[in-house]
Design a protein around this ligand. Structure first.
Ligand code: SF4
Ligand code: ZN
Ligand code: ZN
Length: 212
C-alpha cells in the first residue's frame, strides 16, 4: 500500500500486502478473498483493522472488506479472526465474507446479519439442536435415578415417548408440590429451630427508667 498510517510504524519489515497491493483494492471477489487470506497471516492485523475502521478505508484492510468493518462497528462487535480456511468462504452481495449455506455457522451468520435463515441453514441448525438435546438426555439418563424431570421435558421437546425413570421423576416432583401446597393451605408453618432467640415480653421492651 502506498499509504503510511501510524500502525505501520510497528512493522519490523515489509507488510504482506506490499507484495500485491492491487489485490486489496480489487473489485474481483477472488482477488479480495486472496487479500483476506494474506491479512490473516499478518502480525499487524488487529492494529490495521482498528486503523481502517476509524479511517473508513476503502478495500480490504485488517482481514475484512470495508462493508464488514462498517458492519462490525455498527454492531459494536470486536474483530475475531475465524479459524476456518479462507477458501471455504465466499463474498455475499454486500461484500461480507460468508460460509456456504447449510451449516450451523452459516445459520448464525444469517442471524447475526438480521436475516431469516435459509432452508438449508435452518435444517443444519435443527439437526444440531437435536444432537445437543440427545446428548443432554444421555446425561440425565446417566443419573443414579436413571432419569429426571429435565429428561422428561427433553423427551417432550424431542417429540418422543418419555421413559419410565423420567416419568417417575416427574411424578415425585408433582407429589412434592402437592404436599407443599397442602401444607400451605392448612396454615402449617415451619417451626423455628430451638436455638432461635425467643421474642422479648412486651413489658421488657419499655425503657427501664420510664414510669408505667
Ligand atoms: S492486515 Fe492486511 S492490509 Fe493490514 S497491513 Fe497486514 S496485510 Fe496489509
Ligand atoms: Zn443459509
Ligand atoms: Zn428419560
Amino acid at each position: 500500500m502506498n499509504l503510511t498510517p501510524d500502525f505501520l510504524d510497528q512493522a519490523t519489515g515489509p507488510v504482506p500486502c506490499s507484495q500485491e497491493p492491487d489485490l486489496f483494492f480489487s473489485l474481483d471477489d477472488a482477488d479480495r478473498i486472496r487479500a483476506v487470506k494474506i491479512c490473516r497471516g499478518c502480525p499487524l492485523l488487529v492494529a490495521c483493522h482498528a486503523h481502517a475502521t476509524d479511517a473508513d478505508e476503502l478495500g480490504v484492510w485488517g482481514g475484512q472488506t470495508r462493508a464488514e468493518r462498517r458492519g462490525l462497528r455498527r454492531r459494536g462487535g470486536v474483530l475475531q479472526v475465524p479459524a476456518e480456511p479462507v477458501e471455504e468462504l465466499e463474498l455475499d452481495d454486500e461484500d461480507r465474507l460468508r460460509r456456504e449455506c447449510g451449516s450451523v455457522k452459516a445459520y448464525r451468520a444469517h442471524r447475526k446479519f438480521g436475516e431469516t435463515p435459509c432452508r438449508r441453514c435452518q435444517a443444519a441448525w435443527d439437526a444440531n439442536v437435536e444432537t445437543e438435546r440427545r446428548a443432554a438426555l444421555e446425561r440425565e439418563h446417566a443419573l443414579p435415578a436413571g432419569g429426571s424431570v429435565t429428561g422428561y421435558h427433553t423427551h417432550r421437546r424431542l417429540n418422543e415417548p418419555t421413559c419410565d425413570p423420567c416419568r417417575a421423576a416427574l411424578r415425585v416432583q408433582a407429589a412434592e408440590r402437592r404436599a407443599a401446597d397442602k401444607r400451605k393451605q392448612s396454615g402449617l408453618t415451619v417451626v423455628p429451630p430451638a436455638d432461635d432467640p425467643a421474642p422479648p415480653p412486651a413489658s421488657a421492651a419499655a425503657p427501664s427508667g420510664r414510669a408505667a
